[in-house]
Design a protein around this ligand. Structure first.
Ligand SMILES: C[S@@+](CC[C@H](N)C(=O)[O-])C[C@H]1O[C@@H](n2cnc3c(N)ncnc32)[C@H](O)[C@@H]1O
Length: 249
């Protein structure tokens, strides 16, 4: 499937909010699970009747989330690989910037598939490991990420309990090809694959220097590492009825 590039954050939010709203049914509350919810929710769904459950490994992040936003109807402390949630419970599972921190992503994907209702939507946002950004992130030490967040991005709490950044793993299962195969294998419908650039926004001298640097790495990788975007967003639908191939046993 071809990558559809989103132009900026407001374009991305509009698209995601439209996908999520498309699952709403009259007279029923949309059940949303935010997987690896951390200390804030990125979307606004003001016209929707929904119940938001948040699951995260980090108790501190959940405490901050409820103290600062108090927007979770259900708070669950647990690991996405092993937490026990009911089958076919959620209309939407949304996860952003989580799976790159998890080893054994296939186990989490299987859980998502099990927790999702037929007709439900799985939205996965993750940095693409096969971009220049992803390559640099997975080949540099965690302390350097903390340093970057604290001193370049100006987040003075970076690295403290409950705050970004978290150590990264970048399981191979997160590649575009592997995710497409996962959908095919499980009879899921990959509705869209969006690409988003988050790091080449400004037109400052520093931004121009970064642009030259990433294009050079792109060239040295013989074009294998993309430079013009860094995040992937998979929009995956669980069909209401599985095809014969997936019900045969
Ligand atoms: C980079 S933060 C992203 C938080 C939030 N989704 C956002 O977009 O701001 C990653 C979050 O994933 C959580 N996390 C990492 N591994 C996890 C796992 N195996 N199970 C549950 N949560 C996990 C971390 O505790 C952290 O809150």
């Amino acid at each position: 499937m071809a990558l559809q590039l989103v132009t900026d954050s407001s374009h991305e939010k509009k698209l995601l909010e439209r996908y999520i709203s498309s699952r709403a049914k009259p007279d029923s509350t949309l059940q949303i699970l935010e997987a690896g919810c951390g200390n804030k929710w990125q979307l606004a769904l003001p016209d929707l009747c929904y119940s938001l459950s948040g699951v995260d490994l980090d108790e501190e992040a959940l405490l901050l989330r409820q103290r600062n936003h108090n927007d979770l109807d259900t708070v669950i402390v647990g690991d996405l690989r092993s937490v026990n949630l009911p089958e076919h419970q959620y209309d939407i599972i949304y996860t952003a910037y989580v799976l790159e921190h998890v080893a054994d992503v296939p186990r989490v994907l299987d859980n998502f598939n099990r927790w999702l209702k037929p007709g439900g939507l799985l939205v996965i946002k993750v940095p693409d490991r096969d971009t220049v950004y992803g390559f640099v992130a997975r080949n540099t030490p965690h302390w350097l990420h903390v340093y970057y967040y604290r001193w370049i991005k100006g987040n003075k709490n970076a690295g403290k309990p409950g705050y970004l950044p978290y150590p990264t793993v970048y399981d191979k299962a997160l590649g575009r090809h592997q995710m497409t195969q996962f959908c095919h294998r499980e009879g899921l419908h990959l509705m869209a694959m969006l690409g988003k650039n988050n790091y080449l926004r400004k037109r400052s001298a520093r931004d121009r220097a970064i642009r030259v640097f990433v294009r050079l790495i792109h060239l040295f990788s013989f074009g294998r590492l993309a430079w013009h975007y860094n995040d992937l967003i998979f929009i995956i639908e669980k069909p209401t009825a599985l095809s014969d191939e997936h019900t045969a046993g």
